[in-house]
Ligand binder design. Sequence first.
Ligand SMILES: NC(=O)N[C@@H](CC(=O)O)C(=O)O
Length: 425
Amino acid sequence: MTAYLIKGVSVLGGDPTDLLIRDGVVAETGPGLTAPDATVVDATGLVALPGLVDLHTHLREPGREDAETVESGSRAAALGGYTAVCAMANTSPVADTAGVVEQVWRLGREAGLVDVQPIGAVTVGLAGERLAELGAMADSAARVRIFSDDGHCVADPKLMRRALEYVKAFDGIIAQHAEEPRLTEGAQMHEGEVSTRLGLTGWPAVAEEAIIARDVLLTEHVGGRLHVCHVSTAGSVEVLRQAKARGVRVTAEVTPHHLLLTDAKAESYDPVYKVNPPLRTATDIAALRAALVEGVIDIIATDHAPHAVEDKECEWAYARPGMLGLETALSIALDVLGPEWDLIAERMSRTPARIAGLDGHGLDPAPGVPANLTLVDPAARRVIEPAELASRSRNTPYARMTLPGRIVATFLRGEPTVLDGKALK
Ligand SMILES: NC(=O)N[C@@H](CC(=O)O)C(=O)O
C-alpha cells in the first residue's frame, strides 16, 4: 500500500496541517510532517472532510444499465466526495431477495470506488402486498439493515406495521417514500399556484405529511425505527419536530434539489425538473433549510436518480421523475449552508454513516481512523456541463449553472479514488 502525505490541509476549516495516511488509516496528523516514502499531495487551500455518505442512491443495476451501473454510479459518487452510498432497491429485478442484494454488494466491491451498501425492498416486487425476505437479506453477505420500497410508498398500514416490527430483531430501519397514493393519482407536480396556472395535476403536500404522521405513530406504537426519505414540505417538518420531541426513533433526509429549486421550474415544461416528491415552494425551502440546521432533518441525501435520455427528453407527462445528485450535492450544500464545515460533515457524513451503521465511515480524520476522506477546494467555482458528468445519465437540473466548490481528491481506506479532480478507475 502506498503512503500519502497530505500537506497544508484544513481539517473541517481548522488551521492548515498535514495528514499522513498509511496502511489504510490516518497514521499521524500535525504541521510539518515528513515521510520520505509517501506520495505528497499539496492540499494548500483545501478542506478535508470525512468521506461523504449517501443514504439514498439509485444505481439502476441490475436492469437499467443504460441509465447507470454500480460502477458508473460509484465513480460519480467518488467524484462527488462520497466514500459510501446506500443503493436503493427499485432495480429490475427488484432487490427483494438475498441474491439480488448480494449481487449489488459484490458489484460495488468489484468497482472498488465507494462502499456500496444495498438497501432491500420492504415488499415483494415493491408491489406493497406482502413482505419481502427481510431476514434473509439481513443475514446475507450484504448485511442489509435498511429496507425501502422507495419509488413507491408502503401504503398499507398493516404491512408497514409488520415491517417495522419485523426488522426490530436486528435493529433494522424502514425508509419510507411518504406518498399517499390515492392523493397523488395522476400527479405531475406540486399542487399549488403554479400547477393551477399550468393546468397540471397537483401532488399535494398533505399526501406526504399524512403518511409521515401515520408512520411516526406506528413507529412509536411498535417501538421501531423509521427513516423518512426526501422530506419536501414545511408541514412534514412540523410532524417530524413533534415526533422527535416525543422521542420517536425517526430520522429524516432532505435532497439538495429540495433545498434549492422551486416548483416555478415547471413553468419551463422541461422534464429535467420532474421529480418525486415534486419541487415545492420557497416557503417549504425555507422550512427545510431551517430544519436541516436545527437537526429536525438529520441528513442531506441525494436521491441520485439517473434516467436514460428517452425517459427524460419527452413530454412532461411521460417523463420519469428523478434527477442526478451525486456529483453536485456538496456544491449545493455549500451554496445553501455556506462554508459551515462541521454542519456539512454532520449532515452529509457522520449522521448518515451512523444511521446506516457503516463502520469506518463518517469519522473525522484523526490518528488510527480509517482514511475515508475527501478534499474540497472551497474557493473553486465550476460550470456544470452534463456531458462531463461521470454518471451514464445526463438529467442534472444544474446544467450550465456555476456552483461553488470542487472535489479535488477522495480516499477510500487510504487509497485515492479521485486525485486532481479525476477518478482513478
Ligand atoms: N425520486 C424520483 O423522482 N425518482 C426515483 C424514485 C421515486 O422516488 O419516485 C427513481 O428511482 O427514479
